[in-house]
Design a protein. Sequence first.
Length: 250
Amino acid sequence: MRKPIIAGNWKMNKTMAETKDMITALKPLVAEADCDVVLCVPFTDLQTAKKAAKGSNVKIGAENVHWAEKGAFTGEVSADMLKELKVDYVIIGHSERRQYFGETDETVNKRVQAALNAKIKPIVCVGETEAEREGGLTEKVLERQIVEGLKGFKAKDFDKIVIAYEPVWAIGTGKTATATDANNTIGYIRHILAKKFHRSIAEKTRIQYGGSMNVKNCKELMAEEEIDGGLIGGASLKVDDFAYIVNYNK
Ligand code: PGA
């Protein structure tokens, strides 16, 4: 059985003061959750978030990590730096990083390795753009992102790796894939994992849906068999909305 995981992706939002307020308010609302609860926050909020979440079931993640141990990489943060803050998860290869910051499947692969070396669980994002979808390329793009991005990882690594399927056209747009579409596409990702890695890996890897998931559609999406959780952007910024999504099965 795969344990569902609902993760927030705050992107470039919230100051330290706002972080403390939100997590303090959130904790009692999600204490009875049956899923893993994660908030991925800006680097500058990590320490505050960890402190505010202490003693609760809320885990904290970063939104990126560099692959090198250290060195001349202005503006980057290493996995050891995150490990020192006891960060639990890290988002890797988000479509905004691919689109605006030159992230490739190769750099995704290196970042996942760095996270695993530091015992931080990677949330690896994949998904097709609108043009790719319209061009009938969805399956091809997903296969490339999974095979190249996760090249070289072993069965035990997939106990830690979480995959987030986020169709780029659904992110921040209010357009969601239908629950059936999202379920079928995630089923296809499992098919790739079975074909290129191993059937046991396809069965155990947790795969989230992301892209305008909100209080209105979360129950329907989470009811689908292949969908093991959500990566939530906009709706993770509001305490009540995020708590509602985390408690989708109550
Ligand atoms: P959204 O973002 O929920 O605001 O669409 C999801 C994401 O980018 O992870």
